[in-house]
Structures are given as C-alpha cells and as structure tokens.
Design a protein around this ligand. Structure first.
Ligand code: GDG
Length: 723
C-alpha cells in the first residue's frame, strides 16, 4: 500500500546518551503533534536526523529501534552538523530569510556540506521509497531534497513546506547559491508557506532569478505544473486548552502566584534567537517603567528564553546582551519586594508552560521576524476565561490571522511602550471581545486541519497534473476525428491565429494568410462555422480574414465580429485609464531594451521582444512582467507572458469567456479548438468537456490532445475538407 513519508531535519524522536547508554526521547513540538496523525498510522514513516552523531557500528541497532517508532534515521556526522546545520542552514539561510543580512555568511565549504547533507536525506528517502508513495519535505534545511528526488523519480509526488519566512527577492538574490536553492524546492509539486507574502516573494524570486514565469500561484517547471500556496499552520487547540484547565496547571499557577506576589505579569517566551526581538522587548519594558513610574512595583516581565544554538557566536553574544539588559532593568527598578524581570534561561515541561499562560494576563510576542509563531496561538488557546491581551509583532506570520491582538512594529520602541500601557489598562469587556474572536480563529484552523489541507491539496494537484498530460494526436485519432467532423451536421472550430495557423514571423505585421492557408480557410468555411480567436487587433484580423466570411474574435475576446456583421465590443469592459500609467512603464523598458517595441491595441498594450538580443530579452521581460504585476494590483488587469510578448489586458476578458459566449444558443454537434499559447489555455479550460481541444507545441496544457506545429494543424484541417 502506498505510504506517506514525512521528512524533516530532526526526527520527532531524539537520542541522548545518559551514562554512555542511548535513551530515546519523544518531542512534543507542534509539528510532531500535528504530523503524528500521519506518521504513526499504517506503514507511513518519518525520516530525519535523530539528534546525535553516532559511531558507524551503532547505526544498525539505532535504525532497528527507530523502525519500531515508524521513523527512519539519516545519520549525520559531527562535521555535517557543524557545517550543514549550524553553518549553512543557520548562518546563511536563517539570517537571510529573517532579513538579518548583517549576520549572513557565505562559505563554499558550508554550501558543499549543505548539498551533501541534503543528498544524504535524499538517499535515505530513496531507500524507503516505493511506487505511489507521497513525500512531504519540511523546511529550509532541506531545500535541495525535492529536486534531488525529482531527478531520480520523475513522477513521484512531493510536497514542501517552508516554516520560516521567504524573503523578498532583493534579499534572497544576495545568496550566491540562490538559483540552485530555488530549483531545489521547485522539484516539489506543491509548496506551502505560512503567509501570502512569503508565497509571493518565492514566486517573484523564481521568476526573476530562475526565469520561470508564473500565473497566479502556478509555475510550469519543465512541463510539470507546480503550485505555491499560503497555508498558515495552527496548533492542537484542545491539547493546550485541556492542559491549561488541568488540575496540575491550576495548582502550579496558585503556587507560583503565591511566591511571585501581586504584580501583573507580562509573558515573553522564545527560543534564544536574534529574530525574536528579545533585547528590543526588554528595552521597551525599561522605557515603559521609566515613562510610567506609577507601574513600577505593579508589573513584571516573565521572560523565558529557551536555550538554542548557543555554540554559534551571534547567539552567544545575544545571550550576553539579554543577560546584561535583564541585570540593567532589575538593577534600575528592583526593590526588596519587586523583581521587574523574572528571567529563566531554560525550557519547561508543558504543565509549567500552561501555568505561565494562565498566570500572565498579557503575552508580549514581538519578534523582528517570525515565520508564524505558535506561542501566541498557544497563549490564546490557554485563556480559559477569555480574558487577557496579546501584544503581537506585525512581523510574525500569525499577525495576519490575529488582527484582534494589539499589533506593533517591533522596531518602534514608543509603539511597544504604549502597547504595554494599553494592554494593562484594557477594560475586561474589550479583552474578552478580542480574545473570543482570536480563540474562534485559532480553534477553527488547527494543526490537524493544516495537515489535512496540505495533503489534500498535494493529492489534488497531482491529479490535475495527470489530467493535463496531453496526448499526442496520432494518425488513428486524426482519422477518427476527421470521420466525426464529416458526419457532423453543425460543426464549429475555434482557431487561434499566430503559432497555430501561421508560423511566427520576426515582423508581426507580416503574417497575412499565405496561399495554402487561404485555400484551407475558403474550403473549410463552407463545411463548418469557423471562429478565429486571437489576441490581434480587430483591424488586422478584419484586413486579413474578412474575405473568408468567418467569425472573428480579437484582442483576446474584447471585440467580436460575426461573419458578415459588424464588430461588437464586450460589454463588461471597464474604462482604459490604466493605459497611460502602464504605457509609461512599457516605454521605460523600451528605452532600455534595444529592439523591443510597443503595440497598442484598443483595450490592451503589448511589449514585443522577438527582435531583442536573446538573453537580454528574457531578462527584461521577467523584470517587466514583475513590474507590471506589481502595478496592476487591484486594477482588474492581467499580465500575459506570450511568445516573445508581454501583454496587459483587462482580466474580465479572456478567450475562454469569449468562446463560451460564442457557443451560446448554438446547436452544435462538433466543437474543436486549436491554440498554442497561455491565452488559449483559457479556451481549452472553458469549452464543454466533450470538445476536442488541441494544443500546438509541447508542454503542459488543458487541451486533450497535442500536435507539433502549425503545419500539422493545417494538414488535419486539409483532411477535413478533402473528399
Ligand atoms: C519554526 C518557525 C513557526 C518553547 N519553549 C518551550 C516549549 N516551546 C514550544 C512552544 C511552541 C514551540 O516550542 C515554538 O514554536 P514557534 O512557532 O515559536 O517556533 P519554532 O518551532 O522554533 O520554528 C516559526 C514554526 O516553525 C512552525 O511552522 O511558527 O515561525 O521559526 O510550540 O510551546 N515547549 C516546552 N517547553 C519549553 O520550554 N514544552
């Protein structure tokens, strides 16, 4: 039976040596809990590093033991851990992805170690992989794994989820191995991020650095449809609520409270990391006590810092800074019976965390950057009485879902100071109103829903990929279609023009039908309704094709003309004031790109670059379409990257809608459509299911069939008219 293989850097089980003996400990982390619903079932497995470097002789025994827990090990040496994990993952990718560019370092040997460690993971997966298995790879330490697998197993189903942010292209492009990293991830079919912005940044980097164009959230990678998506991760809500309402947590709260005194408590809980903004929080608390001295003695910061990566120099320095600031604040405001900051540098069992979530009315979670941040969601789930206030950084992924928190910019110290005051003074009714809404959100979208959604979306994408695999139109099929055409009483054929009926020409104005095409169209128009459906201007189509007495659809559906009738303009069209602004952008690119030129149609603008020097044209077209996509937000426009063109058009119109409109009221018994580019996909997708749709050229398509070139189209149409 096909299984699911979860892959992450660390396994949910770690091995520790106690008195020389190996002890297996399970992790209670959010991801382990959520994915527990998968990897503990049936023959599913989790592959990862068990957290310790072992002697070669120990590996067999460890593998056997881990198999009992549905897990499989990847063995990393101390050198791997040093260079791949602490090095490249945590000192190149982590700072880059969290916008700490001054902490980034670029070392060839660490990149090599990253590559080699990813290879070890890919090899371990290959060892356990069986046909039809689904692989789900997690996070930035393993960005090369999807493509390593794709090369070995072209049809395998792979999902990838990035738990940390994906930075803007401007930052990502600083990494010397940026393209290899992108191509690594693009080996996956379905790629998840916590937020829409992370997804957008990823797509833009794929476009600008690796040359892939994208439509909405889809990228075509060597004819394989890849989809990026934003899927914010949730928590096991009931587990945190149950723990917070347990007798043990309540008893602990009472005992801690007794020792702590009456102060109001503000909870701060993070791993030791510069991305978490711990010094900034301490400085804001210092300023708060200074600006509002009436709160001295009445409020304390309950600061938990969980040890992490403290072998790395920047983390060591951070720890010292936090210790200094804690000492500074306590020295400045502390009294015999008042400790302003209660500082703990260690981790705690869940019961303690739950007691902390209960006893601290305010949680102050102000990372400089955070992929999601689960602590704030756990705090919300633990507030049994629906009171309490969350101060949350805008830079945490969670802020996109939790707009009822007091949202702050973690770089704005004054805003954080005022947020503390506001939180302390917030009336109970308002606390409850906000907390209830946030509880509703966190409860609705749990880790279990997140896992299900990811897996369902991945499977669904795989199915779509399969249904999009177009079939070559062989002679047998051509004969049978020709027979059906000849039998049909009322056939209709939609024909794209450039690239479908005519080959491309350097000069787009030089594409009037040649003698062969003219003859085919003349003969075919007698036997079928013909609709030429093109992105060309109405006037051009009319000039070239009116003599055949056929229907014309111009500018991707904006204008239509029935045979022998007048042009009509699509009624849904908005006004064209966007054109002036878009034209300025296009002209800027024309100046910088010799050989490119602007074509202005009545309702669209087109930038042509067929005559531009090869590499330059590709580069500028990527830049231009990113620029245009940014400009068009909320303007109801689409940017289409066609064959050596970038076109801007109103999104209410497309060839598919125009084709469906044309079919209305038509009692037809044979519908066929031919097209070669992205815009024709709309036609293929929109036509009734039993239509015969034919893609001209190779590549993924919604069309049922594919032919090689326009000559093959003509030959088939010629068969239709031959007696
Ligand atoms: C990544 C991304 C993203 C913390 N201290 C203790 C303890 N914890 C638990 C918390 C929480 C988890 O650790 C921390 O979750 P975060 O979301 O803050 O961050 P990470 O897991 O480090 O990292 C992050 C996440 O992935 C998920 O995609 O949200 O942005 O960086 O569950 O409760 N648990 C216990 N004792 C502690 O002392 N038992």
């Amino acid at each position: 039976m096909a299984k699911t293989i979860i892959v992450s850097n660390r396994l949910p089980i770690r091995i520790e040596k106690e008195d020389g003996k190996k002890v297996y400990k399970t992790s209670e982390g959010g991801l382990a809990t959520g994915l527990g619903s998968i990897y503990k079932e049936g023959n599913n497995i989790w592959i990862g590093w068990p957290g310790i470097s072992l002697e070669h002789e120990e590996e067999e025994e460890v593998e056997k033991e881990l198999i009992n827990h549905n897990t499989r090990p990847v063995f990393l040496t101390e050198h791997d851990v040093e260079e791949f994990y602490l090095g490249f993952s945590n000192q190149t990718l982590w700072p880059a992805f969290h916008y700490f560019i001054h902490h980034m370092r670029f070392k060839d040997e660490e990149w090599e170690a990253y590559y080699n460690a990813n290879r070890k993971f890919a090899d371990a997966i290959s060892k356990w992989l069986e046909p039809d298995d689904i692989i789900w790879v997690h996070d930035y330490q393993l960005m090369l794994v999807p493509n390593m697998l794709r090369k070995q197993f072209p049809n395998v189903t792979i999902g990838f989820f990035q738990h940390i942010p994906f930075p803007s292209y401007e930052v990502f492009r600083m990494i010397p191995w940026r393209k290899k990293l992108l191509n690594g991830v693009l080996g996956a079919d379905y790629i998840g991020f916590h937020t829409y912005d992370d997804m957008r940044h990823f797509l833009s980097s794929c476009h600008r650095l690796a040359g892939y164009s994208y439509e909405r959230n889809q990228i075509l990678v060597k004819n394989r449809l890849v989809e990026a998506d934003s899927l914010p991760m949730g928590i096991d809500y009931d587990k945190y609520l149950a723990s917070a309402t347990s007798q043990l947590a309540k008893a602990k709260e009472i005992s801690y409270r007794d020792s702590l005194g009456k102060q109001e408590l503000i909870l701060s809980m993070d791993r030791l990391d510069y991305s978490k903004g711990i010094p900034g929080r301490l400085q804001a608390f210092d300023k708060f006590l200074d600006r509002y001295p009436e709160y001295q003695g009445r409020v304390s910061l309950f600061l938990i810092v969980v040890p992490s990566r403290d072998q790395v120099a920047s983390y060591k320095a951070l720890k010292e800074k936090v210790e200094f600031l804690v000492g500074h604040v306590n020295g400045k405001y502390g009294t015999i019976n008042y400790v302003p900051v209660h500082f703990y540098y260690r981790s705690f069992p869940l019961d303690d965390l739950s007691a902390f979530y209960r006893m601290c009315k305010i949680a102050m979670i102000t990372p400089k950057r955070d992929g999601m941040n689960l602590v704030c969601k756990e705090f919300i789930a633990s507030r049994e009485n629906e009171d309490g206030v969350l101060i949350l950084s805008e830079m945490a992924g969670a802020s996109k879902e939790l707009s009822d928190a007091i949202l702050v910019n973690p770089n704005d110290e004054n805003e954080m100071v005022e947020a503390i005051k506001r939180a302390l003074e917030m009336p109970l009714a308002e606390q409850k109103r906000r907390m209830k809404i946030m509880q509703g959100t966190v409860k609705k979208y749990t880790i279990f829903q997140w896992v299900d959604l990811f897996m369902n979306n991945l499977k669904d994408l795989k199915e779509r990929q399969q249904s999009m695999a177009t079939k070559r139109l062989d002679n047998e099929l051509k004969n049978s279609i020709t027979k059906d055409f000849k039998k049909a009483k009322n056939p209709i054929i939609f024909l794209d023009y450039d690239g479908t009926l005519m080959p491309f020409n350097e000069n787009p104005d030089d594409c009037a039908p040649d003698a062969e095409l003219s003859q085919i169209l003349h003969q075919l128009a007698v036997k079928a309704k013909l609709v030429v459906i093109s992105g060309r201007k109405a006037a051009t189509l009319e000039e070239w094709l009116d003599e055949f007495n056929i229907d014309l659809i111009a500018e991707h559906g904006i204008k239509t003309k029935r045979a022998g009738a007048k042009w009509e303009v699509n009624g849904d069209l908005q006004e064209d004031s966007w054109k002036n602004e878009a034209r300025d952008i296009l002209e800027f690119y024309i100046q910088r790109t010799p050989g490119s030129f602007l074509e202005e149609k009545e309702h669209t603008l087109v930038w042509h670059y067929r005559k531009v020097e090869k590499g330059l044209g590709d580069l500028r077209s990527s830049e231009l379409s990113s620029h245009l996509k940014h400009f068009m937000t909320n303007k109801g426009l689409d940017v289409i990257e066609g064959d050596h063109v970038v076109e801007v058009k109103p999104s209410v119109i497309n060839k598919g809608k125009a084709a469906v409109e044309r079919l209305k009221g038509e009692k037809t018994d044979f519908v066929m459509a031919f097209g070669d580019d992205r815009t024709d996909e709309d036609t293929f997708e929109a036509l009734p299911k039993d239509s015969l749709t034919v893609k001209v050229g190779s590549g993924f398509s919604y069309a049922k069939y594919a032919v090689e070139n326009n000559e093959e189209v003509r030959a088939l149409l010629q068969d239709f008219v031959n007696e």
